[in-house]
Ligand binder design. Structure first.
Ligand code: 6GU
Length: 244
């Protein structure tokens, strides 16, 4: 997968050299480049913002540098597919595991990181005439800018790329894979500071263990995320017998 990120703070993306994302970059699974938006300014102050039309507090990102940045990073008519443009924003659609799967199937993602009160709307409107544009929000709170959101989104997407996780089975077991939170996990020692690992997990009875994990998963989800229980398909918590 090819990924381009445009930001006025390229330094935010130093952690993308680390850990499994760094490894995916080193082995070519992820072809990632970070670009400084100010590359596409032409005045001595390398200005990227201005006051909002209509008044109000804060500043808005001017369209010209963004237009040139997108022109430079979107492949022309040389056969390459156009990227999917992602704009992190508190007014975007919610980022979910389902959207992470959708993005993991793309060949080229282009992230435009806004700061201040956001990017001039015409940048997105014009881009939408050439490519798919999605404004994405992490949740119902406000960040200074899109940079940290891009780190989050890229981490969720990269771990879904083939070959990035050592054990692909962990993708099937984890929280949100089946609309429920995962059951608690334990490792050795069996007793630690007076707290015991549940007996069932040491029983070797794989049927009992699977039922215990399903029950814990349901209890935890009901207690912490009633919205996820409400969204389950009818009778999702039964074993298929129609009985709990
Ligand atoms: Cl993606 N960006 C910003 N600036 N604030 C946010 C957000 C994104 N998601 C939640 N708050």
């Amino acid at each position: 997968m090819r990924v381009d990120i445009v930001s006025i703070f390229p330094e935010y993306f130093a952690p993308l050299d680390l850990s499994l994302i760094g490894k995916a970059r080193a082995n070519g699974t992820l072809r990632l480049a970070v670009h400084d938006l100010r590359t596409w300014t032409h005045d001595v102050h390398r200005t990227v913002d201005d006051t909002p039309y209509g008044g109000g507090p804060g500043m808005v990102m001017r369209p010209e540098p963004w237009g040139e940045a997108l022109d430079a990073l979107v492949p022309g008519a040389d056969g390459e597919p156009e990227p999917r443009l992602l704009v992190p924003s508190p007014v975007g659609v919610r980022f979910t595991q389902a959207l992470a799967h959708e993005l993991a199937a793309e060949s080229h993602l282009l992230f435009a990181c806004g700061r201040y009160e956001g990017i001039d709307q015409r940048v997105l409107d014009h881009a939408a005439t050439r490519m798919r544009v999605t404004e994405v929000s992490l949740g119902d709170y406000v960040l200074f800018g899109g940079e940290v959101a891009v780190l989050v989104i890229l981490e969720a997407v990269t771990r879904l790329l083939p070959g990035v996780l050592g054990n692909a089975g962990s993708l099937d077991e984890e929280s949100h894979a089946h609309g429920l939170l995962e059951a608690p996990m334990y490792t050795k020692p069996a007793t630690w500071r007076g707290h015991e690992v549940p007996e069932v997990l040491r029983s070797g009875d794989h049927g009992r263990i699977a039922r215990w994990r399903r029950d814990e998963s349901l209890l935890r989800t009901a207690a912490r995320r009633p919205d996820m229980i409400a969204a389950l398909p009818p009778r999702a918590w039964t074993s298929g017998t129609g009985r709990p």
